[in-house]
Design a protein around this ligand. Structure first.
Ligand code: NAD
Length: 542
């Protein structure tokens, strides 16, 4: 099996950044360079103002990227048992486990020289690498043939050409992006055209992490799928990639298969998850019409081990950059294969998703006597789900778009994981600047949930964010226990909300989330803008 010492990951996004960080953390002996064409993204990765928000990511970066801070980190990590709970090769070694604290520190500091780097020098990183991971975006195509359905392969094709030009002989090329079936063949063809005298192995290694829990998903993956050509060279390449995961992923969870199965597995996994959400949402409409309780129905069916209890929460439907695009890609594939019934089946998943969101907005307007004129509505949660700042395909934005048609006085937006300035900029870009308060429009983005809710006629909770959970929602809005009244943040604005309790609760037919004043509602703290060369700011601050 080829020896692996150097890995390059092209694409410093959600997948490239987090996956590389985990690989570098678990393999101190490897050098991993993440490259991107976007210099601002790379600058952010090299600073403490990361371009993405993922719980646990900073901790991993402090070890793999900032090896020089290892001693400081070590003390904290030992204190919190963080290190001992990690199952990496270094820490799980018997040598390490039998050491006392001082020796542990020595081993730890020795092992933790920085081995994760972020750079814009794409060609150089490719030419140094034994393994090249491709983790660029593959969004839905917006124009031309297949628009609105097919995956846009522009970035992947461009990267394939660069890899074909610069990869060293024998380098293993790995698709991490989610791609249509047989994309590996396109990459292999590109390699053949540019370097006809060389044979490169192309593997498929789709990523199954979920945003918001990316680091724990990567630390404890349900499976690592590796698709390879069914040849001795293909198996050797798959073994080499498996060796990168071996320090922390049990052998039994590393699954090898042919490339097309691996590529298809990822599309199908996302389609099945999306399908469960649309299925339970379709049943929520029956519950509302009959008096059945959707949460009880979900609990009851979830107890059946053949069904399982995950992804059975009724809500405003799914958003995010992956589910819709991957279902579309699957339907496009099925149609291309002459399977219109299959395509029709999966298209319905998207139809129900849009219908559910429209139903929710209609219900909100009905609850407010059919008119929003002169009223303030508050949208809590703007990212597509909790614990992420990712706003791609945000259900909140779609709801806001429809609410605006009814000319409300104000739509107040708050999300503890999102920078208000970025949300404002995005709403302005997608819905037109005229909708923003700054231009005399109704939409205002707040950095404080209490101000966002002040004097609101309806509060729409559009993500499952923990801060919006309340163990006793029926107490909302004006019966707050004494203990909560003495919380550091003033809860009074909640008591002045105008809608009746029953109106608020009717919104909850879709969402069980509610407020808890115990949690700080201002997790997002605006960071001062980085100067160029932000590494310095990192060193000063730590
Ligand atoms: P992203 O948009 O966050 O990141 C992609 C990065 O690739 C960007 O920073 C972009 O600048 C860079 N890039 C594009 N073209 C490039 C080029 N020619 N050279 C160098 N860099 C280039 O995307 P993401 O969310 O990380 O998703 C990447 C892939 O992984 C997609 O195919 C997606 O479907 C898949 N995926 C995403 C998730 C998720 O939760 N986000 C989960 C599993 C799989």
């Amino acid at each position: 099996q080829p020896e692996v010492r150097d890995i390059c990951c092209i694409g410093a996004g959600y997948v490239g950044g987090t996956t590389s960080a985990m690989m570098a953390f678990q393999n101190p002996h490897l050098k991993i360079t993440v490259v991107d064409q976007d210099p601002i993204r790379i600058q952010k990765w090299n600073s403490k103002h990361l371009p993405i928000l993922e719980p646990g990511l900073q901790d991993i970066l402090r070890i793999a990227r900032d090896g020089s801070n290892a001693t400081t980190f070590f003390n904290e990590a030992v204190r919190t048992d963080f290190i001992d709970s990690m199952s990496s090769a270094t820490f799980a070694s018997s040598e390490y486990k039998t050491q006392g604290s001082e020796q542990k520190e020595q081993i730890f500091v020795q092992a933790r020289q920085p081995n994760l780097f972020f750079s814009t020098d794409v060609s150089r990183a490719i030419s140094d690498a034994d393994i090249v991971l491709i983790a660029v975006d593959t969004p839905t195509k917006l124009r031309g043939f297949g628009a609105g359905r097919a995956a846009d392969m522009t970035a992947l094709e461009a990267v394939s050409r660069e890899v074909a030009t610069y990869a060293r002989p024998g380098a293993i090329i790995v698709e991490k992006s989610t791609v249509p079936c047989r994309t590996a063949e396109m990459i292999r063809d590109t390699l053949r055209i540019h370097r006809p005298s060389l044979d490169f192995e192309v593997l498929s290694n789709p990523e199954f992490l979920a945003e918001g829990t990316a680091m724990t998903d990567l630390l404890n993956p349900s499976r690592v799928v590796i698709g390879c050509s069914q040849t001795p060279a293909g198996y050797r390449a798959a073994d080499a990639l498996a060796s990168v995961y071996a320090p922390w992923v049990p052998q039994s969870r590393i699954v090898t298969m042919n490339i097309w199965s691996s590529e298809l597995s990822k599309l199908v996994a996302n389609a099945m998850l999306a399908q469960r959400i649309s299925s339970i949402n379709s049943i929520s409409a029956i519950c509302e019409a009959t008096g059945a309780d959707i949460d009880d129905v979900a609990r009851s069916i979830g107890l059946d081990p053949r069904i399982g209890d995950k992804f059975l929460k009724s809500g405003v439907g799914f958003g995010g950059s992956c589910f819709k695009k991957d279902v579309l890609s699957l339907t496009y594939l099925a149609e291309g294969l002459g399977l219109p019934e299959v395509a029709g089946y999966w298209t319905q998943v998207l139809t129900v998703n849009d219908w559910q969101r429209a139903r929710f907005v209609r219900r909100v307007i009905e609850c407010l006597n059919g008119t929003l004129v002169g009223k303030k509505l508050t949208v809590l949660g703007y990212a597509f789900k909790k614990n992420t700042g990712d706003t791609r395909e945000s259900p909140a934005l779609e709801c806001i778009k429809v609410l605006l048609d009814d000319t409300p006085k104000e739509i107040a937006v708050f999300d503890s994981c999102c920078d208000p300035e970025i949300v404002k900029e995005e709403i302005g870009r997608l819905l037109g600047d005229a909708v923003l308060r700054d231009s005399g429009g109704p939409v205002e983005v707040y950095s404080d949930a209490y101000r966002a809710c002040l004097n609101s006629h309806a509060v729409l909770i559009l993500t499952d964010c923990d801060e919006f959970q309340n163990s006793a929602p029926s107490k909302f809005p004006n019966v707050l226990p004494e203990a909560e009244l003495s919380a550091p943040m003033d809860p009074r604005p909640f008591q002045r909300l105008e809608p009746t309790e029953s109106q608020i609760l009717s919104l909850q037919m879709y969402l069980s989330a509610m407020f808890s004043v115990h949690d700080p509602l201002q997790r997002f703290v605006a960071q001062p803008e980085c100067e160029a060369g932000c590494q310095y700011c990192l060193e000063q601050d730590v």
